[in-house]
Design a protein around this ligand. Sequence first.
Ligand code: PMP
Length: 378
Amino acid sequence: MSIYFDNAATTKPFEECNRAVLRALNEKWGNPSSLHKMGIEAQEVAENSRKAIAAALGCESECVYFTSGATESNNTAILGAAKAHGKRRKKIVTTSVEHPSVSEAMKLLEANGYEIVRVNARSDGEYCFEDFIDAVDDNTCLVSCMLVNNENGLIMPVKKAFNSIKRLYPHIITHTDAVQGFLKIPFKASELNADLISISAHKIHGPKGVGALYIKKDVRISPHIIGGGQENKKRSGTENIPAIAGFGAAVRVNMANANENAAKAQELKSALFRSLMRLDGVSFNSGTEDSSPYIANFSVMGVRSEIMLHYLEEKEIFVSSGSACSKGAKSSVLKGFGLSDDRIDSALRVSFCAENTVGEVKVLCAAIADGIARFRKQ
Ligand code: PMP
């Protein structure tokens, strides 16, 4: 039996999700824009999922727009907000530890004349909301800060930062990439004071290739994908109804168990850290406070990440050496948190879901101990 500890990269779809996808493929294959009954039935599938997502975000259904995933949601939020609000105000504030779907969009805007200010972690690796307040000014059109970092699980001070920014500069658009926080740590759109929120289905046991962007009522952004005017003119293209059906089903299952699942993940993370503490030369790159219970990051000093990752893989244990998106490249995100090259080179990310067990954590730790004995240079 294999052990899957790479849930921050993607999760196994729930049975409920798969059934909903198949039902939509077989029975609700009309075009949701068609005016006849088959179109209306397909549209109903999308509206049911929209309702479930809105309930999870604590907002009205009209604020939820379906996309092809969080990469598109992030691109749309950032490029769309800059286009709509950046004509006179050319400054954007973000962080140095964002996912590439945010950081690359920022680079594109930078090349087009925007001033991008990247807030850094303090020397202890923490982010302080005051640093965001110091970075914004009247010339700022957008602030984008992720909710939970995908590599080390740090919960960013989005709520405090956005609430203060909105009080001081109500015109600034606030965006959060909430992919690793949605249905994993409790939050509501209104508490965050976010105008734009990106989420993805495949991180919560839904299908790949579908996500959503929350757009607060009356917040204007230019559409990134234009065409037939679907999704209330915010995102053109025939909606991926089967994937949207699966997304809604996954959201419902998660909502019913969110607190219980987070407690389970916390138990697993604590068990992992307790076991790793007994091993020589393991440094922890993520904490237990202000940190997602679902993500643990640590360095097995003296053993390169890839060596340990493939050793574990031989034993059918799957972990990550960083984010799946960076495919072996040295993590600029961990560098952004101030880690030394040695620590980055030996970093492993273990990410949980509620299906994992303490027994699996024990198997992982025993395998890491074996790996250390085999590979660490004396
Ligand atoms: N943001 C974060 C924080 C992520 O972890 C990911 C997935 N790696 C994305 C955005 C992109 O999501 P998607 O795969 O749905 O495009």
